[in-house]
Design a protein around this ligand. Structure first.
Ligand SMILES: O=C(O)CCC(=O)C(=O)O
Ligand SMILES: [Fe+2]
Length: 270
């Protein structure tokens, strides 16, 4: 069981529901980062798809990363105590590689409210000239199929993972993202791990601040790239928030309640 101090809080969960990802800068100690860099160069052994994460990488540096209490806390808060290993990849961008990857989402074959997470671990410093995976905040509710959005180049508000060694991002599986050009003379590595929940994703985090006054504003964020459609986005976030909290009446302002008004009901005879 993860100690409560390592779990995400409700404000972080609201941020995740709005943006589709969270980042944790310099979370992993340098010693593990160095070992993980060497391991990524040599190749990280694959697990069996669907195996419990806890059974994997018992003596590997990437195993040490996922077993860090802070990483366990992130995982537990989003997909529960016993997630399954879906797959991992060591993503590289060669030195002096001037092309960016096309915008895409990784496999979105599951359109339920239940979601997988993907950890993005940057084991070495990743300055802007080296790229840093580009994320589009607020994109997770547009369930695109792989490269449907490949024709776009740049979005208002896109966010590159420019970071120091040991930084971890955790994203909903629907996040739009792409690798960036690497204009340095060094190869860029990034370790990505997808996990499936095995339990209902309801209040798995530290809910002490569940009534925090800032939560509606966090869920109401406007990422601007979708223009006036922010209203649709807020409704989608409220649906996920209800799913996560179990509070079927939760609303931000009057957005969902308006849809739940029932003008189809006929008046009963007096
Ligand atoms: O290398 C990266 O930064 C992202 C790679 C990626 O998302 C992919 O190939 O699916
Ligand atoms: Fe990807």
């Amino acid at each position: 069981m993860v100690d409560k101090q390592y779990l995400l809080n409700t404000k972080q969960m609201a941020q995740f529901v709005a943006d589709g990802f969270l980042r944790f800068d310099e979370l992993v100690p340098d010693e593990i980062n160095r070992a993980a860099c060497a391991e990524m160069e040599a190749g990280v052994p694959r697990g069996r798809a669907g195996a419990p994460l806890a059974e994997l990488w018992t003596d590997a540096a990437v195993g040490q990363v996922v077993r860090l209490p802070s990483v366990q806390g992130i995982i537990h808060s989003l997909v529960g105590p016993d997630p399954l290993y879906d797959h991992h990849a060591v993503h590289t961008v060669d030195a002096n590689h001037e092309h960016g990857q096309i915008w895409h989402a990784d496999a979105i074959i599951d359109t339920r409210l239940h979601f997988d997470i993907q950890l993005f671990y940057f084991a070495h410093d990743t300055p802007r000239e080296m790229g840093g995976t580009m994320f589009l905040p607020g994109s997770i509710y547009r369930r695109i199929s792989e490269s449907d959005v490949a024709r776009y180049q740049n979005f208002l508000g896109q966010m590159p993972m420019v970071c120091k060694a040991g930084t971890v991002a955790v994203a909903h599986h629907g996040i739009w993202h792409c690798a960036q050009p690497n204009l340095t003379g060094r190869k860029r590595y990034m370790f990505k791990l997808r996990l499936n929940p095995t339990v209902r994703q309801k209040k798995l985090w530290n809910t002490d601040d569940i009534d925090d006054a800032e939560i509606p504003a966090l869920l109401n964020a406007n990422h601007r790239w979708y223009g006036n459609e922010v209203r649709l986005e807020v409704v989608n976030r409220i649906k996920l928030w209800r799913f996560l909290t179990g509070d079927e009446n939760y609303d931000v302002s009057y957005w969902m309640s308006r849809l739940e008004n029932a003008p189809e009901n006929e008046l009963r005879a007096a």
